[in-house]
Write a protein that binds this ligand. Sequence first.
Ligand code: SAM
Length: 291
Amino acid sequence: MTADTKEPPGGSKPARAEERPPASAPERLPALAPGLYIVATPIGNLRDITFRAVDTLAAADIIACEDTRVTAKLLTAHDVATAMTPYHEHNAAKVRPKLLARLKAGGAIALVSDAGTPLISDPGYKLVREAAQAGIAVIAIPGPSATLAALAVAGLPTDRFLFAGFLAPRGGARRAALQPLASVEVTLVFFESARRLAGSLADMAAILGPRPAAIARELTKRYEEIRRGRLDELAGHYRVAGVPRGEVVIVVGPPDAAHAAPDLDALLRLALAEMSLRDAAASVSAATGQP
Ligand code: SAM
């Protein structure tokens, strides 16, 4: 098992884009055509943002964001003064019609999430769908993505991959969700909370087998770390080391013939730590499809 750690240039400190003219200077910005702009923002280092993203945020009529406090830090770092409105999973049903009405009236709205590419395990799918259905232009302003950043540094095959998002938080449901992925012959990418990392890795090791994997932690931030090893080694490491700090992406290499079958003994041992023998047998049977 190996680990790369480093302090990237620029660290995690908010950095100002001093080399560029202020993006909020209205005379420097061409008017934005009406539409919904899906703007990717940094996943840590505030300098990881494209010129076009800053220009779009500065020229938009309004920025729809998950948390105005988080987005305010980004806007301040890049001298953008555009007004914000919250759009998150708790208010989306109420706010979406208002945003759509504004778009239909010819507005230019930028949608951002707290970090990375909106819609990728973040809000926005229904807004994009309904905007498109209403004939409104939807424009991608691509940029950072924790999924792609992790995949790019994992050292695992990248020709085909499956982004599996967040797994269910609990053991039984998590194992059931992993089971159909065991036969998928591509690299797998998961988001996971640091708190659940060791448990998820143990379930992955049991169901997917001892495949090569990588944990990409705190990407683009001061304590960025890439830890590579087999799933069982990584599970053992985090069981002993405890909950790591920060955010993590798990990348798991595709199966080879030796790792294709689920390890029923390991699965039963995991399940028995949480439940009775009868329930453990039922849970493993449900997760694997084995009698
Ligand atoms: N839409 C975002 C994107 O495109 O990167 C992802 C949002 S999702 C709600 C948040 C998850 O992304 C975290 O739980 C973690 O798994 C991953 N993540 C985000 N930033 C990260 C970072 N700097 N390093 C590692 N993982 C990160």
